[in-house]
Design a binder for this molecule. Structure first.
Ligand code: ADP
Ligand code: ASP
Ligand code: MG
Length: 409
């Protein structure tokens, strides 16, 4: 007998028919003699709809009250799924995050899981129940409900799998696995049979929403193999696992992140210590800086450009504006109509040609690159929003439809 964690995203439980489809998958797994813990997201667009409802009442509600509201979405889908499983004649119990033992930090809206104490889940399993747990939520030290940030149900599932030493953790979604690019936007995207934690973590962090990046981080930390698969077609999905257990891929995928803004500090005096001052100020305020570009000093000054998450743009400007005089810079400019397009692949470490091929694809599509950043397993470029979709297609085409892979291997 195995313990299997199955997570179902919003589209998998969007309506009554889909809820019964999930109930069928879950009960078939149970009938094979497995213990089954199910983690569910809110139905369809419920979370977005709740956010809109809040805005009708208060344009700036407290984060605590937002979490009170948003956790309701998962409460609905968990109870509805439990009712469907009941109707099929199986023993089932649904639990809210706090009942399932999810203790989190107190950061409403982006809480981190600190501990999962699964005694209640365990008891329910011992009584031969299927257990349905609300994803995306927990409770903080004040006894208030919290949410884990958008897409957080994936992390809830991996946390349960880790703490209960599950034999399998399946993430059911509306596509058949992890693809070489978003299959809804790139018709030629190919499904991957498997991908390493590190590559998946890069893809997820660089905009591929199919898995939440924290869930991948946690899966890597606790060595939990994940299977990403469709609840609708029920075909074999993509396995996310340790790199040593698989063949290295040259390129595993292309991702796009629109949630980016570029800031430039113009006319920074060309002397040591100023970059340190600027970026330590931002990091002290918890702002994550991504791509950084510093121009070569000219006439005693230089320009420093960097990107932040679009949600942090205003705060970054607010922090830096009063600081300009102090460091002797002349002005601050920004652009929030930019996107980041990245290629990820463990094989690029040993293949220096990848960056040139990516740039060639962009050149052929007549797309201007604003900034570039690289690490061992990824290359990212910043470009105008209007070019981003075309850039993804062009870069994907270069690596997956041309003969370039053969040239390089
Ligand atoms: P769920 O509600 O099941 O959590 P999400 O909407 O969060 O589903 O994630 C699934 C979506 O991720 C897919 O519908 C797809 O459009 C998008 N996606 C983006 N990049 C990729 C990729 N590389 N592979 C698969 N899906 C991707
Ligand atoms: N319902 C939440 C969201 O829409 C959590 C999730 O789907 O994982 O972000
Ligand atoms: Mg998701």
């Amino acid at each position: 007998m195995s313990l299997i964690v199955q997570k179902f995203g919003g589209s998998s439980v969007a309506n009554a028919e889909r809820v019964f489809n999930v109930a069928d998958i879950v009960t078939k797994t149970y009938q094979k003699g497995n213990d089954v813990v199910v983690v569910v997201s809110a139905q369809g667009d419920t979370t977005d709809d709740l956010i809109k409802k809040a805005a009708e009442i208060n344009s700036n509600p407290s984060k605590r009250e937002m979490d009170m509201l948003l956790t309701a979405g998962e409460q609905m889908s968990a109870s509805l799924l439990a009712m469907a499983i009941e109707k099929l004649g199986f023993p089932v119990v649904s639990l809210l995050g706090w009942q399932a033992g999810f203790e989190t930090s107190s950061a409403y809206g982006s809480a981190r899981i600190k501990r999962v104490a699964p005694s209640r889940i365990r008891q329910a399993l011992d009584k031969k129940n299927i257990v349905v747990v609300t994803g995306f939520q927990g409770i903080n030290k004040y006894g208030d409900v919290t949410t884990l940030g958008r897409g957080g149900s994936d992390t809830s599932a991996v946390a349960i799998a880790a703490v209960m030493h599950a034999d399998l953790c399946q993430i059911f979604t509306d596509v058949e696995g992890v693809f070489t690019a978003d299959p809804r936007k790139v018709p030629g995207a190919k499904k991957l049979d498997c991908i390493s934690y590190d590559e998946m973590l890069e893809l997820a962090s660089l905009g591929a929403q199919v898995l939440n990046n924290r869930s991948v981080e946690m899966a890597k930390k606790y060595n939990i193999e994940l299977e990403v698969l469709s609840s609708l077609t029920r075909k074999k999905g993509t396995i996310v696992k340790e790199a040593t257990k698989m063949e290295k891929m040259l390129i595993s995928g292309v991702a796009k992140d629109e949630d980016v803004a570029r800031i430039s500090i113009i006319g920074v005096p060309d002397r040591p210590g100023l970059a340190f001052k600027i970026f330590s100020k931002l990091s002290a305020n918890g702002i994550n800086v991504d791509i950084i570009l510093q121009s070569v000093g000219r006439n005693g000054t230089k320009d420093i450009s960097f990107t932040v998450n679009a949600g942090n743009l205003q705060e970054t400007l607010d922090i830096l504006s009063p600081y300009l005089d102090l460091i002797g810079a002349s002005s601050l400019t920004y652009d929030d109509h930019v996107s980041k397009v990245s290629v990820v692949g463990a094989g690029m470490e040993s293949h220096p040609g990848i960056a040139a091929q990516m740039f060639e694809a962009l050149f052929e599509a007549n797309i201007n690159i604003q900034m570039i950043s690289t690490s061992e397993i990824k290359i990212s470029v910043l470009l105008a929003d209007k070019d981003a979709d075309r850039a993804v297609l062009a870069v994907h085409d270069k690596f997956f439809n041309g003969n370039n892979l053969d040239d390089l291997t």
